[in-house]
Write a protein that binds this ligand. Structure first.
Ligand code: ZN
Length: 393
C-alpha cells in the first residue's frame, strides 16, 4: 500500500522473515489496536510494519513528540517456546538494525515469580536488566491487551551517548535512555489456548537508536522537512517559540499526508474528522505566524513525498485546498466579528464570551483570538473564557 525504503525498521522485519516469521500486511492507520495482530491464532511467528495515527497527546505537545503519525514494527510468536529462543529472535532482529545487545537495557514490571524464566533468559542472552518496578507501561498506541498487569511486561531502552553520572539509569532526565519498545509474554489463556509473546517498537525510536540520535526530528526525512517548511514559511520562525511551531506544523502535515494517502479526506466525522482537525491545527499555527493557510496543500504533498507515500491525488489536493481556504475565510470573518465586538466596548465577561463563541461556532483557534487581543493591548483572563465556554456547552 505504502512504499518504504530500506531503513532500520525494514532490516528488523527482514531479519524475522528470514527466520521464518510470516509477513502481515498493514491495515488502516485507524484500525483499532491495529499495530499488532488482533487475535493471533496461528502457531508460529508473524511480523508487521504498520503506520498509525495517534491524536491522544495532541493537547500536550511540547515539541510534537511523540510523533502523531508513526510507523511501528510489531512481532509476535504464538505457541510453546522457550523465552530465550523467542527473545533471541527479537535481539537478533534489533542487532540487524544496528542495535547490539550492549546498547539495549531491559526493564521488567515487578511481577514476582511469573517473570523469573524471562529474567533468566535475558541473563543468558547477556541483556542488562535494570530499574524493575511497577512503572512500566505499554505505549498509548499499544492494543488494550498490552496494558494492565496480565502476563510479563518488558520495556526496552536504548543507550545514547555516555552516562551523565554513576546513578544514570532508564528514566534519567539527561536523555541517555531512549524508549525503544515493549514486549509481553502472556500465558496459554490467550489466543486459542497458546502462549503468546508480542513485541512492539516505534520505527523512529529504532532509527534514533541506531543513528545514536535523541530526537526524531534529527532523522533524515523529518530534518529535511523542518528545513523545507521553515524555508517556505519563514513567518513560523518569527513566533515566540519558532522551533515548537515548526515542529507542530511538520508533525501534523505528515500525519495529514499519511491519512490522505490511505483515503481519509478531511470531513466532519470519524477518521475524516481526524484529518480535518490535524489540518486545521497546522493551519492555525501558520495563520498565527501571519501567513495564509492556503499554501498548505503544497506542504502536505511535500511531506508525503518525503515519506514515500503515494502522490496526492488531484481530488485530495483539491479537498485540502478547499479546507484551508475555508479556514482562511473563517479566520477573516472571525476577525471582522472580533473588531465589531470591540467597537461596542465589551466588558471582560462579554469579550470572553465572544472569544469562546468564535472558537466553538466559527472554528477560530483560541491562540489566534488571544493574539488579536494582545495586538489591541487587551488581556482577557483565561478563567473567564473557560467559564464562558462551559456556559455555552
Ligand atoms: Zn543520565
Amino acid at each position: 500500500m505504502i512504499a518504504h525504503t530500506a531503513e532500520p525498521a525494514q532490516l528488523f522485519v527482514e531479519s524475522l522473515t528470514n527466520a521464518g516469521y510470516r509477513w502481515r500486511h498493514p491495515r488502516s492507520p485507524h484500525a483499532d489496536g491495529g499495530l499488532l495482530f488482533g487475535a493471533v491464532r496461528r502457531e508460529g511467528g508473524s511480523v508487521a510494519l504498520q503506520w498509525g495515527v495517534h491524536t491522544g497527546r495532541l493537547g500536550a505537545l511540547p515539541e510534537a513528540v511523540p510523533l502523531t503519525a508513526r510507523r511501528t514494527v510489531s512481532a509476535a510468536w504464538v505457541g510453546p517456546r522457550a523465552p530465550q529462543d523467542v527473545l533471541g529472535d527479537m535481539f537478533e532482529a534489533l542487532g540487524a538494525c544496528g542495535l547490539g545487545r550492549d546498547m539495549v537495557v531491559c526493564r521488567m514490571a515487578d511481577q514476582a515469580r511469573a517473570g523469573d524464566p524471562v529474567r533468566a533468559a535475558l541473563a543468558r542472552l547477556g541483556i542488562p536488566q535494570t530499574g524493575e518496578g511497577p512503572d512500566i507501561e505499554a505505549p498509548p498506541c499499544a492494543p488494550r491487551r498490552m496494558r494492565g498487569t496480565h502476563g510479563v511486561l518488558l520495556s526496552l531502552d536504548c543507550q545514547i551517548g555516555p552516562a551523565c553520572s554513576a546513578a544514570c539509569a532508564p528514566g534519567c532526565l539527561c536523555g541517555r535512555y531512549l524508549h525503544l519498545g515493549d514486549g509481553r509474554f502472556t500465558g496459554p489463556a490467550r489466543a486459542a489456548g497458546l502462549p503468546v509473546f508480542e513485541f512492539l517498537a516505534a520505527e523512529d525510536a529504532i532509527s534514533c537508536g541506531s543513528a545514536q540520535l535523541g530526537d526524531p526530528f534529527d532523522l533524515p526525512p523529518l530534518r529535511g522537512l523542518l528545513e523545507s517548511v521553515g524555508a517556505r514559511l519563514p513567518e513560523l520562525l518569527s513566533l515566540p517559540a519558532p522551533g515548537q511551531a515548526l515542529r507542530l506544523v511538520v508533525d501534523h502535515i505528515r500525519a495529514v499526508a499519511l491519512l490522505l494517502a490511505t483515503g481519509s479526506v478531511p470531513g466532519p466525522r470519524g477518521p475524516a474528522h481526524t484529518t480535518r482537525r490535524l489540518l486545521r491545527r497546522a493551519a492555525g499555527s501558520v495563520v498565527l505566524a501571519g501567513a495564509p493557510a492556503a499554501g498548505m496543500a503544497d506542504l502536505v504533498a511535500l511531506a508525503g513525498s518525503a515519506h514515500g507515500f503515494p502522490a496526492l491525488s488531484v481530488a485530495a489536493r483539491h479537498l485540502v485546498e478547499r479546507e484551508t481556504a475555508a479556514f482562511d475565510r473563517a479566520v477573516a470573518a472571525g476577525h471582522r466579528h472580533f473588531l465589531r465586538c470591540l467597537a461596542r466596548r465589551p466588558t471582560p465577561d462579554e469579550l470572553a464570551a465572544e472569544l469562546a463563541r468564535l472558537r466553538s461556532e466559527r472554528g477560530v483557534p483560541l491562540a489566534l483570538t488571544l493574539n488579536w487581543c494582545r495586538q489591541q493591548g487587551i488581556s482577557v483572563p483565561l478563567p473567564l473564557i473557560a467559564a464562558a465556554d462551559v456556559r455555552d456547552a
